[in-house]
Design a protein around this ligand. Sequence first.
Ligand code: F0G
Length: 410
Amino acid sequence: MSEYLKCIACGAEYSLNELRYQCDCGGLLSVERDMKQLQSISTKDLDQRLLSRKAHDISGVWRFREGIIPFDEDKLVSQPEGQTRLYRRKGISSWANIDRFFLKHEGENPSGSFKDRGMTTAITQAKKLGADTVACASTGNTSASLAMYAAHAGMNAIVFLPDGKVASGKLAQALAYGAKCLAIKGDFDQAMAFVKRLAMDGKVYLANSLNPFRVEGQKSIIWEIFQNLEWKAPDWIVVPGGNLGNTSAFGKAIREAYEAGWIQKKPRLATIQAGGANPFFQAYQNNFEKLTAMEAETVATAIRIGNPVNYEKAKREIQELDGIVISVSDEEILAAKKIIDSQGIGCEPASACSLAGAKNLVQGGIIKPSETVVGILTGHLLKDTDNIDKENQPIPVDGNYQDILKAISS
Ligand code: F0G
């Protein structure tokens, strides 16, 4: 097998078939590979797969399989996922002042968020290793995705949720798919500590993005964007940041695609955090000297995270790719969401960080209006219906025609 696990801190290597989430030194693990394997796959080969009707070609993750993880075809746990749309709207471009502004809608995945891209890989690996119980801590979307894939694979799912802080659509999904949902008195970061301990004790298979197999699947968001844009890389990729799995995955995806020869230039990466949950931004501002965990609070509950587990990986990717980290207020997030919704696309609040951040970066002179920018919409509008613009409300009408005429002309 040309793939192996490598510690990003000390460089120690482990087999992919070993059940482990971290290095013995405590460092984060990354799946590494012989890059010749990717160099032997051309963009033409990848485009050819778009014509296939085979499940692993239809999946926007497994279509890039040589760059994901090794799998047995009969043990693949795929919905299939990915194949999400890339939207462009005049109203959004003019609001952000970027003519070539695209939104990649990861809310169009089977469970309604980007998490499915990393969950198909994590659960496929869990099945390969013989796990029967999978678990995660979650602000909501990971739990919905985990519950969906565990149900598909016939595994038990246990999810740890911060009590009262998960949007109702997400909790409903996890419950419907049959996951055991533990409502923890505490925040996401405390829930994460519990599930990590359970996984280290060997009681569950951990499916959070600390698991390096999650990150491998999430890379396909970037590769699919390149394919959507006919392999002409944009100037910027803009993504919300919480636990920083995407930031880590995106940087790796950009580096690998460049090394594989799929793109001719590397886009810059901008991670956008919510003002009340911005430990990564604060670390970036102090030149990444240290991460100071914080108590997080934001209307974008998906990214209400004060101690991101993927900090070290994300830090390296931002440094390597001349990336940038900024923070936007809840007001900016909700204003951007309103625009995205009004253009007939829609997203959950955390996703709107991408547009709020892009606008902010143009105003600051960092992104030029002439550049090509792709923002990621991480979750579907229906995930969080509490934060929909309240200005437009149902109009009560008595059941007679005159009232209806009055209502429609008011
Ligand atoms: N957007 C949405 C909709 C999310 O659900 C998340 C993370 C993020 C952005 C941040 O992504 O962690 O890769 O930086 N949600 C996790 C969860 C934490 O449990 O569903 P990240």
